[in-house]
Design a protein. Sequence first.
Length: 400
Amino acid sequence: MIIMALDHVRDYTHLESIAWADPTDLATTTPLFFFTRFITHFCAPVFVFLSGTSIYLSAQKRGWIGGQRLFLFKRGLFLVAAECTVVTFGWTFDIFFSVIILQVIWAIGIAMMAMSVLTRFSSKTNLILGIGIILFHNLLDGVTPNGITLDGVSHTFGAALAYVWSAIHVSTSIQLSATHSIFLGYPVLPWIGVMLAGYGIAPYISDNKFLRNVGLALILVFAVVRFSNFYGDPSAWVYASSAQSPQWLFTVMSFVNCTKYPPSLLYICMTLGPALVLMSAFRQNELRYNELHQNELRQNARPSKWFAAVSVFGRVPMFYYLLHIYLAHIVGALLIMLQGFTLHDFMYSGTQSGFPANSGYPLWVTYAAWIFVVTALYPLCVRYDKFKILRKGAWWSRYV
């Protein structure tokens, strides 16, 4: 949750990002720009994976009774509606909603709606299905919204099927009219696979050794398959040219520069592998802390301070997500206005980002603004977390 905010603050403060420079374009990027973006790649896969895990754990606690599957469907529907309204507005501040932006919240919502049906099957069945989707969905990379070519014969889709296929597996923009469009950043099929995998692995989530071994296996799969350049990602890695300095670092950047939209097999392995290893390490550290402070824990029942502080953001994820978009956007706009730009410059910017051309700061300002945004949101998240604990009967709090 904390690292995610860095990427979004960058969108509204960094000079090259406002100009829509691609941090993963090795022909134009710098190592700092690249890795500022790369570190945030871990966020979405972990969000979706752990959403599946939390669905399983919640079911074990409450049971699939009393409309739990119906709630899961409604929760997913709520997330899709929120993405199209309050989240999109937070990104654009466009009261006309000229562009509807469908990203991670939409993907989680659709995946939850699918899970409301798929949870009727066992966790092992869902794990196999999730792994299957993750392993083989890249076989569909050749299928575009325009159709597919088989044995030299082109087969075209109709408009409706093209839109459906885009939502399933192709990141694209859909023009609805002369003034309105949909940006489909997160095609849902591979994300459903990730959530299914999180659900399927949930029964073993308390086994630190198991988590570590699975994480290491994913890292190994990534390294071997990526090196082969045979399968698993639409973009092959290459050795950097002598003009890219340092050459070895740009070669490493090319190797780890996997496709996110939609997330390839190698992208998922590259992100979930280290995440599971770290999860195991963090939990092991927490267990050791508990052993060292067991007397104090018996009296006060408190985890370590760093864990208590960081976990606040994870306990109110939707609340934090909504607020951080608006605050990042506002902070970015204020910083740009400090450069001398006016509201008129924003209204008639002529840029895709909606911010004035040639506005923005170097990355060190982005990092400072990121720290400010996270720090400013912390007390609000603490208060909302306490509110949710005290007001368990508030039905709407289960959605936010």
